[in-house]
Design a protein around this ligand. Structure first.
Ligand code: HEM
Length: 582
């Protein structure tokens, strides 16, 4: 008996040793391949797709942090993908290079914060494309635009983009005005004009606007005017969808069959938000299918109508699961990003009142005393976008980019040219990661405003200290005196570039401009100074305000959370105040 056990153990030991030696030889081979690119290469035991790492990191991190830095640099920092925005340029500083490769047993990963490489990776589509094998988690119902390549992606892309155009732009411009005006009134009437967590509201604002563009549906802030719950539903769409998005990680981790049966509220809520969202999407789809002739004849279709029609009338029809998937993905991509950006904008305008005043002066010049319904997309929008209003948006999208990193994969051998003009041949199947957070804080791309070191340290070196909209005006003017670093910004885009660039860019820019104009033309936003802070400052109003501002700046780093995009969900109260002249 003992003889058999020791034979089994010896056999298992041999298998483990064989498995390990295979892994090590793959690891070495990947390292050699990576060296041929000419970029610095580091061994890393962790691949971004490692399921074991995502499950065990809370236990492993405290142990790994005890190891000498020379063993863990730079892979350990960047393995914490949920912290990419917070880390910014740090992993590249640690690696001593703007682009480096991590060689792992499961494949190589090229990380870059170099503007020129980032641009190359975007524009070499379709040779460099989304790594669909790592994006399957988006397939809640079926394949979506974000999780397919090649001809399949083209069919999804045609379906999603058919609804964007002048009619949609007008809807976005006008609905944003309505939603912003009624939200401001809601804050004043119901919340004593104080907004504790602005991000909560701006996410909902963006959801209301996208629901109008998608479904032709108007959602109101005021319960008295809100539409009654549709028959057969337990919760409204504007409650189900945000809840489902908030709980996506729970949804991905727990098998669907179990979700509704587990006794805990968190799981039951996730299940309810998923089933309700599914029901709403199916009903919207059915409404279009029931009116197919009338919808086909419409010249100005909603985004939903375009996606549903492509599932029946086009030559590459999308299956029902993909129709639901594309509707959901586009709703998600469209409202989390824009809502988050608007939240940062409103907060930063309260933190930097001088920027707010300058923007309001520009709004007064352009819009004068015309009523809101006379502001036009044709005349006012382009002027505001090219002026200070647009510069603020670009700056906030740069510093607080909602897409901290974007995954790509070389589907064929490609050549990338770095900022110094060096060529690098990248082998097929290399996973390439565009680190937007690192690129935006790369000192080689970015001039930082001069903040005394002590102040910067005290405020966690928060990126909210480095807000400088003017750099974008230098670009727009084509000013030859602008620094070469600022000229590099001309190639930067928060929306990606090339074939897979964001199809919602115009939608987002119009929404941000309309929301900023409608709010700041009639109101100002101020930080709320607490009584406690006033007492601490012995009634010195200026000092108390500065303390409140610094606390907010610090929170915009310390309390930044990354879910699908980044955001601060803790209280930084701001007050809405009517401008006196209007
Ligand atoms: C501030 C707002 C937004 C930002 C910063 C943003 C950014 C991005 C980025 C970086 C990508 C990936 C591009 C790439 O892989 O090359 C993307 C893709 C996408 N975005 Fe946006 N986006 C925003 C708003 C919107 C809006 C309003 C919509 C729709 C209404 C939208 C729909 C999409 C879709 C469908 C894709 C996938 C495109 C594809 O894979 O072909 N986005 N977005």
């Amino acid at each position: 008996m003992a003889g058999i056990s020791s034979t089994i153990l010896a056999g298992l030991g041999c298998l483990v040793a064989l498995g390990l030696s295979l892994q090590v030889s793959k690891w070495r081979r990947n390292y050699r391949i990576a060296l041929s690119t000419g970029f610095p290469v580091f061994y890393s035991p962790i691949h971004i797709s490692s399921v074991w790492w995502m499950m065990l990191y809370p236990v492993l991190m405290p142990i790994l942090k005890l190891l000498p830095q020379s063993w863990t640099s730079p892979w350990l920092q960047i393995a914490q993908v949920w912290k990419i925005w917070k880390l910014g340029y740090e992993p590249f500083q640690e690696a001593g290079a703007d682009t480096f490769i991590l060689a792992t047993p499961s494949g190589n990963m090229l990380w870059s914060s170099d503007n020129a490489i980032v641009r190359d990776l975007f524009t070499q589509h379709p040779y460099v494309d989304a790594p669909v094998e790592f994006l399957k988690f988006w397939n809640v119902w079926g394949p979506t635009i974000a999780s397919v390549q090649g001809n399949e992606w083209k069919a999804h892309r045609r379906a999603v983009t058919a609804g964007f155009g002048p009619a949609m732009n007008r809807t976005v411009w006008e609905e944003t005005q309505h939603q912003t005006e009624t939200l401001a009134a809601h804050w004043i009437e119901n919340d004593n004009a104080v907004i504790p967590v602005i991000r909560y509201w701006t996410s909902r604002l963006a959801l209301h606007i996208i629901c109008s563009g998608f479904f032709g549906l108007r959602i109101e802030w005021d319960n008295r005017t809100a539409a009654p719950l549709p028959p057969g539903h337990q919760i409204a769409l504007d409650a189900a969808l945000p809840k489902f998005i908030e709980r996506l990680s729970v949804f991905f981790m727990v098998p669907q069959g179990l979700l509704g049966r587990l006794p805990w509220k968190k799981f039951r809520d996730t299940h309810l938000s998923f089933t309700e969202t599914t029901k709403y999407l199916e009903e919207f789809r059915a409404q279009v299918l029931n009116n197919i002739e009338a919808v086909t004849a419409k010249t100005n279709k909603t985004i939903l109508e375009s996606i549903v029609l492509s599932g029946v009338t086009s030559k590459d029809p999308l299956p029902k699961e993909s129709v639901l998937g594309d509707i959901f993905f586009t709703l998600l991509a469209g409202h989390e990003t824009t809502g988050g950006t608007l939240g940062f904008t409103y907060l930063l305008m309260a933190i930097y009142p001088e920027c707010q005043k300058r923007m309001q002066a520009e709004l007064d010049d352009q819009l004068g005393r015309r009523p809101v319904n006379q502001w036009t997309l044709e005349k006012d929008y382009p002027v505001l976008r090219q002026g200070y209003v647009g510069a603020i948006q670009k700056e906030i999208l740069y510093v607080f980019n909602p897409a901290s990193f974007i995954m790509r994969k070389a589907l064929a051998p490609v050549t990338l040219v770095d900022s110094h003009g060096g060529s690098h041949h990248i082998p097929e199947n290399t996973l390439t990661l565009i680190n937007n957070a690192g690129a935006a804080r790369n000192p080689n791309n970015w001039d930082r405003p001069k903040v005394p070191a002590e102040r910067s340290d005290t405020l966690s070196d928060s990126p909210a200290l480095n807000v400088n909209p003017d750099r974008w005006l230098e670009e727009v003017d084509g000013d030859d005196n602008s620094s070469s670093k600022n000229r590099d910004l001309a190639t930067w885009t928060a929306f990606g570039a090339g074939g897979r660039a964001c199809p919602g860019k115009e939608f987002a820019n119009i929404q941000l401009t309309s929301a900023m104009a409608t709010l700041f033309k009639f109101y100002s936003l101020e930080l709320v100074v607490e009584e406690k802070t006033r007492d601490e400052c012995s009634g010195d109003e200026k000092l108390a305000w500065e303390k409140t501002r610094d606390k907010a700046i610090k929170m915009m780093y310390d309390d930044m959370e990354a879910n699908i995009t980044i955001g601060v969900y803790k209280d930084i109260p701001i007050r809405i105040v009517k401008r006196t002249w209007s």
